[in-house]
Design a protein around this ligand. Structure first.
Ligand SMILES: *Cc1c(COP(=O)(O)O)cnc(C)c1O
Length: 435
């Protein structure tokens, strides 16, 4: 598989170069340029196929010439000690649970693969430094994925405010490989600094710097694997129905990964782009121009985004085949009261607790079913652990839910090892002082 920039069709780069450079020099984002057809593999897999098995079978074919089957199997074994879980509810709905990873959100799947594949790619050629903007549970996820991996140093940039969920034994000062740095500024400042440091080619090349934020194509590619896994598990329940995925979306990374799975040959009929009240992207899906609104706070905060980071990647899909995309993608906007009502409805009907992000996707799936005589089966992506939103869950369903042991660290507060002004020079010297 080769990668190109969203802004130009040439020159193409290898997977390794796309992962290690992260951003193309023209200011676009990397997207796959030619995609292999994987149908031969996953049409023969069934409900007995394990997740590591699926990943280690599919990866060497996707990354032909860059990752041999032996390495792919090692990557997949070392990345995944957790699996997605498909729960069939009835003839209309299934849920794909994606919150069993170390930080309790679906992003663990992309991050875990990133860490493992990077170590494998670096085997013969040294070192890399990964600089990522972090907030919420991202730090926990990244620290877990890079822990003990040789050749890798992970710099986490936190905006002002308390830092939660970091294990201090992973800090470089304690013999680990994490360098947490706090920026006097907001999340946008962190992201701006990362772009700035990647643009400082002499510095970036000296340290072999890349980022593990979703701008890196290696975060999105592995997310396609759980769509394939869901297809493999759900096909026996379809009985001639159309397969549709409902994806709770903010930056649209998860959504794009679903589109990749479709490009790899997964038989699917549609994707519901489930948004909360931050739905300015709905206009774009309906064929109008995109005008981001001011972001609104909702009860599904990971989706309170008005201008998705992956905007250019989505546009490049539409440029290739606008009519196909319009037939595949169904935007839906869900208000907070509908989200809470859906949490209650799902609890009463199926005895399942959903977090508000998953509930947005479920509400959108119900709307899709209700409008017209659709003969579909919808897989709803449950992206966050309900115990992390215990208060909302209690309000919506009356149920008390305890935080699992492994997520307790999210309640622990940590101090960064440096606090700096939001300037590249300050960041570069804070990094240099760690070695
Ligand atoms: C990040 C996140 C989302 C949104 O995913 P995108 O890839 O940004 O669209 C949805 N739910 C949860 C729980 C998240 O953490």
């Amino acid at each position: 598989m080769r990668f190109r920039s969203t802004r130009a069709h040439q020159p193409e780069v290898s997977f390794k170069d796309a992962v290690l450079r992260c951003l193309p020099p023209d200011g676009g984002l990397y997207v796959p340029s030619s995609v292999p057809d994987m149908r031969q593999f996953f049409l023969y897999m069934d409900e007995n196929t394990s997740y590591p098995e699926l990943v280690s079978t599919v990866t060497p074919s996707l990354l032909q010439g860059e990752l041999n089957p032996y390495s792919a199997s090692r990557v997949s074994q070392s990345a995944f000690d957790f699996e997605p879980e498909l729960i069939n509810l009835d003839e209309n709905f299934s849920i794909l649970n994606l919150y069993n990873g170390p930080s309790g959100v679906f992003k663990d799947f992309g991050v875990a693969f990133f860490g493992a594949v990077l170590e494998e790619l670096l085997k013969n050629s040294g070192q890399a430094m990964i600089i990522s903007a972090a907030r919420g549970e991202t730090g926990l996820s990244l620290t877990g994925a890079f822990r003990g991996r040789s050749g890798i140093t992970s710099v986490l940039l936190y905006p002002s405010g308390p830092i939660w969920g970091l294990d201090t034994s992973s800090f470089i000062t304690a013999g680990g490989n994490t360098i947490p740095i706090q920026i006097k500024g907001g999340f946008d400042d962190c992201q701006r600094l990362i772009t700035g440091i990647l643009d400082d080619r002499p510095f970036a090349d000296r340290h072999n710097i890349t980022s593990a934020n979703t701008v890196n194509p290696c975060r999105l590619l592995p997310q396609a694997f759980y769509f394939l896994f869901a297809f493999v598990k759900v096909k026996k329940y379809l009985q001639g129905r159309d397969l549709v995925f409902s994806v709770p979306s903010g930056n649209f990374g998860n959504f794009i990964s679903g589109l990749y799975a479709w490009k790899f040959g997964m038989p699917v009929n549609g994707f519901i782009a489930a948004m909360n009240s931050n739905d300015s992207f709905g206009d774009y899906f309906r064929g109008n121009s995109f005008n981001p609104h001011v972001p609104i706070s909702t009860c599904s905060p990971a989706m309170d985004i008005s201008r998705p980071v992956n905007y250019e990647r989505l546009v490049s899909f539409y440029e290739e085949a606008p009519a196909v995309m319009r037939n595949m993608v169904y935007p839906a906007a869900i208000k907070d009261d509908e989200t809470l009502a859906t949490m209650e409805w799902v609890w009463k009907k199926y005895n399942i607790l959903l977090d508000p992000h998953g509930a947005v996707a479920f509400a959108a799936a119900r709307k899709f079913m209700d409008c017209g005589d659709r003969h579909s089966h919808i897989v709803i992506l449950a992206t966050g652990h309900p115990a992390k939103e215990a208060e909302l869950v209690r309000r919506a369903t009356g149920q008390n839910i305890a935080l699992p042991e492994k997520l307790q660290v999210l309640k622990k507060r940590a101090n960064p090892i440096a606090l700096i002004d939001p300037h590249i020079a300050a960041l570069e010297s804070a990094i240099a002082s760690c070695f």
